[in-house]
Design a protein around this ligand. Sequence first.
Ligand code: ADP
Ligand code: MG
Length: 449
Amino acid sequence: MAEKGNFDFIYDPIRQKMQELVTPITYATYIEKLIPVDIDGRYIVLQTPTETFAKYITGTLAEKMREAIIKADVGVADFRLKVEGSDGFAYNAPSEEFVAPPANLNKKFTFDNFVVGKNNEFVYSAALAVAEDPAGTYNPLFIYGGSGLGKTHLIQAIANKIVAEKPDLKVIYVTCEQFVNEIIDTLFVRRGADARDKGSKLRAYYRNADVLIIDDIQFIEKAKSVQEEFFHTFNELVSKGKQIIITSDHPPKELTELEERLRTRFAGGLLFDILPPDFETKIAILKRKAFDKKCIVPDDVLSFLAQDSGDDVRTLEGRLNKVILASRLHEVPITVAFARSALNEAVSEGGKEEVTPESVIAAVTGYYRINKGDLLGKSKKKEVVIPRQICCYLLCDILFLPLKTIGEVLGGRDHTTILYSRNKVEELCRVNEKIAKDVDDIKNVILKK
Ligand code: ADP
Ligand code: MG
């Protein structure tokens, strides 16, 4: 609810900051003539004498104004404009947006199925504390560690728990890559009034979060222009006492391409590392994953899988999945000998027909009725791109081929493209039933179920 009264005590410090940011003429012509008439939540409402006046502020001075507001640090974060004598808002009208839970969370990532070992016990407790009391003790929370060690699992577990238990809080989970692309596309590529509107909506979207989770922040290193934008979002949320959670593959001090001020901010948060699991924890993780797949795997096979599996849990899980899948196809029990041979050969059905990259490609092209040349080619048409991405996904998930090999099989593509496509399809399967069904059907064709 808006409070009425004299708001000069809030506007004066902002005015002073503006004086440093604009020319004396602009200051005298525009800024001095704005009258603070209201505080509405995190907005200061400023009155302008005319519509044209409001348009000039919106079009030319809005960014500076916002910067001055943040620098003045007076408890508001943005402004709205009202033209004298009119009821509506000329800029930043209040929206009636409701809090919808984020659609991009994987419900399977929970605290319950995250196996705790010596390698992750501290980060686990911190994550749980944040989920129970967002913006309480651990803020901002910064989690770092190598790929496949459970960072995304943990932070999505935080998000899932908050969404379930505190539905009023606005939780935003975003991969840094998505954040960077959105910001670049909206704030730097588009032009014109429509773009400005979209830009302020996007800003407001992130700056209105109660819990902002950014996965794989190292991605922002490459996008210098986005770092500044993120810096302001970060400061605003922290100053409003909102929770921020960040993951990275390296600790802040090793993110050398990051602007110094961002690195300092990150380093000033609570840092937790997540290490590779030891042998016992690997076994516990394998047991848990087998249990989730309703499959009993003997202890000696679990030990076999955990040996020489490298450090990361993703690979470990891949080995287990491959063995389980092979045993289901061959309908034979899992033994160490069987696991060893399953890991050395492509999965085949009944020992008769091998599943090969060619058979996966044929199943995809047959299913979508497109030709192989198009699938392997460069066409960006949706009818081809989605099948191509699904093909990447299936080659990863059925054959467990290295990304580089898949890239070669699929017309000489880069391994990062393959990884991107694989993850994209995994994501699509969660949010798009049609694609999930397509993928399932094609899998059944390949595996001749
Ligand atoms: P990162 O984000 O660090 O690259 P992920 O969170 O994507 O890693 O984890 C990769 C896979 O390993 C996921 O399927 C995740 O469920 C699993 N995983 C990692 N650590 C654990 C753990 N401690 N307990 C259970 N599963 C784990
Ligand atoms: Mg991750």
